[in-house]
Ligand binder design. Sequence first.
Ligand SMILES: NC(=O)c1ccc[n+]([C@@H]2O[C@H](COP(=O)([O-])OP(=O)(O)OC[C@H]3O[C@@H](n4cnc5c(N)ncnc54)[C@H](O)[C@@H]3O)[C@@H](O)[C@H]2O)c1
Ligand SMILES: O=c1ccn([C@@H]2O[C@H](COP(=O)(O)OP(=O)(O)O[C@H]3O[C@H](CO)[C@@H](O)[C@H](O)[C@H]3O)[C@@H](O)[C@H]2O)c(=O)[nH]1
Length: 768
Amino acid sequence: MGCHAIKQERVPDDGYQIQWTFRDYAPSFPGFLAMWTSNIDGIRNALDSCVDYHQTCPGPELKASPLRLIDVMDGNFIKLEKPGSKIHVYTAPIFCWGESKIDKTTRINVEANAICVVQDCIKEWSSEAQKMMKYYHHARVTIVSIESDSAYCGCSQRRSTVVRTVYPNKMVSPDSPAGDRYWNTMSTARTIPKDHSSSSLSHHDTSDHTQLASSHFPRAEIRRHVRNICCIGAGHAGGPTAAVIAYQNPHIRVTVVDSDAARIRRYNSRHLPIFEPGLRHVVRIARDGEVAKCIAEANLVFIAVDTPTKLTGVGAGAATDMAAFESVVVEIAQHARDRIIIVEKSTVPCKTAELIGNIMAAHRPDVHLEILSNPEFLAAGTAVKDLLYPDRILIGSSTTRSGRRAAGALADVYASWVPRARIITTNIWSSELSKLVANAMLAQRISSINSISAICEATGAEIDEVTAAVGSDPRIGDKFLKAGIGFRGSCLKKDVLSLVYLAESLALREVGDYWRQVITMNENQRERFSRRVMRCLNDNLVSKKITFLGFTFKANTSDTRESPALHIIKTLLDEKPGEIAVFDPYCNPAVIRHEIEMAFRKQDAVGKDRYPVEVYSNIYEACRASNAIIITTECDELRNTRPQALPLPKCKTSEDTDPRPFARRELTEMEILALHRFLRSSPLSSEDPLQRYEEEPSCIEDCPECKLIETGPGSASGFGAEGNVDWHRIAYHMKKPKLLFDGKGVIDPEKMTALGINVESIGRQGRH
Ligand SMILES: NC(=O)c1ccc[n+]([C@@H]2O[C@H](COP(=O)([O-])OP(=O)(O)OC[C@H]3O[C@@H](n4cnc5c(N)ncnc54)[C@H](O)[C@@H]3O)[C@@H](O)[C@H]2O)c1
Ligand SMILES: O=c1ccn([C@@H]2O[C@H](COP(=O)(O)OP(=O)(O)O[C@H]3O[C@H](CO)[C@@H](O)[C@H](O)[C@H]3O)[C@@H](O)[C@H]2O)c(=O)[nH]1
């Protein structure tokens, strides 16, 4: 087996601890990893059960320390240790009974033992083999696998009867919490019967069964293991998050549920409800299901429903509307199984965990639960990338042992693809607050630079030059310093307001005022921009056509919440323009039309809509005969210079680079994804070059989504060969004086002058 080599190479003689992942030593045995993982899950389950239910489980006083140990309890790692004084209790190596095919290890086999003992060193083997019984005798827990098909399979093989927990006089299965099934195990623990019919996990005899100090048991180290996740809320945050978790954890069942049946139907179709680059390729594992059933089956539930700003009632305009969140908690309370872990994925006010705790206590005082805060930091348009390569994963928990164990269980889920060093654990209030603070500080930077853009416009300083000069100081940095028409979208504003409300409700008025100013500055920036548009058009829009390029709140997303364009359109409509034209490369025209209808629905006596807003699916049609174009989304396709390549996160494989050869034979999901991306980008390859995706469901006849789509999101027609718009063509068909208002800093004004287009940019002095 592969582990021989590892053992020989790496076991140090000085007692120094080494670690390696399962994957490192799995490759020599096909299917080994999956089997190992699944059975280890069973073992962990039984240990969990023991930790949680068997308050009187015995703990031996160790009389002797074994020479070497395998620790399978620490998440992704098996530790091979030479025990020193710090090790007092341990879980004995996995043991297999059965027809061994390895001569030297008859009846002492399987991965762990094979690592423990150098199999082909006769001296070591004969000395270690004699000590094995002593090791098992002194172990706090011994995991045995009996009736194996072959010595290779042993504990690596999943069995339907799973693992049982055994200690003197009692046998407890994970599903009998009280430990009420008796079995004579006095001798079993020491002399494992060859004919026993299941894998078992054995607690050893002790002379004083009642003094069973739980401190003897490494409870804090033993984690719950998540096998069934239910994510409630299949929106912009919940959908991609659940899909990536499922993608990276094939052994976990991930189910996404939502009260919006149409949303789920679209996730299960070819037409995803949201546009996010890369989402189609990871979403294949997400499934829908009946809410109650999914909650009841899950051992971890993410709450990822919307938490917008309250519009009416107490705290209207600042406080968070927790209606959806609270109703989900009640639903969880009704159906949750015992030992459920409830995770706040939605962005919520600080102290929300208390609310969950109170609701759960009122409805289900019998249920033991843990509440975690695990805010999501993904940004729209880069959701999948942010999820695959997060800067950090934040997990807040209660500081009790059980709270930390729950946090550890969630950390294990992320550790499938996120380096442990990036998983930060804090107390639950810190985690809840950190999310609000992160968004508030991002918003604050945008408002700060926008306030400076006003000074630039009045003085002749240029905002891009100021930003570059200031941002090159590493203490300041250049991120989130792009001046524009202000931040929009569903998150920044509402989270700053939530922070304001929190400060005010804590009677910290000055703190609230400070953060509220970030919002005031943001509104002011948009109004200043609208005034500038009007001024340049002589405060008269009658019979004029104004074209908006961009309706979503930022590039690469179909999310139109808090659309910057919509706000400016509202202002301009008061001036009775001839036509307002709208085009967006990422958003379905039907969706834009619907949003506009909702915002402006006014009909005359014969039922004809009176607002002159037209939505186009072709950019050139939208711009034809326009008096002025307004850019409200920072789409790269609109640039008149070549788009700057975004720097790829470190250690990542770029799409056009072949990631092969791989360092290891067992590929991680990330490596497979990189290979997939590369193969997909090759002109000869198919959509699913590795043939590992489930077949995309075909559409029903008369599929409503197919009918809706005129141009698929992200596939706007008419862009040039490089994907960029042809500004020559647009300029040719515009009406003089051919004005372009760049609200997002994507246009090089000098180049536009050559085309006869006058550009008015944020943070630059205008021509008018
Ligand atoms: N959008 C983002 O980029 C982003 C990023 C990080 C965090 N967040 C946070 O995540 C949360 C969700 O945001 P979103 O953008 O995904 O919202 P969203 O509106 O896109 O999705 C919310 C989903 O929850 C569903 N829902 C509402 N009530 C429900 C109920 N009782 N039962 C089942 N489903 C229900 C809705 O139907 C909807 O599909 C918010 O708190 C937000 O602040 C969002
Ligand atoms: O330098 C900048 C950066 C952004 N924006 C604007 O700010 C808004 C928000 O952009 P961004 O923060 O990139 O997108 P969101 O999807 O709103 O993401 C924010 O909100 C999410 C939800 O809470 C968090 O998870 C993310 O970390 C946080 O960046 C958009 O209108 C951008 O045009 C600027 O004007 N200038």
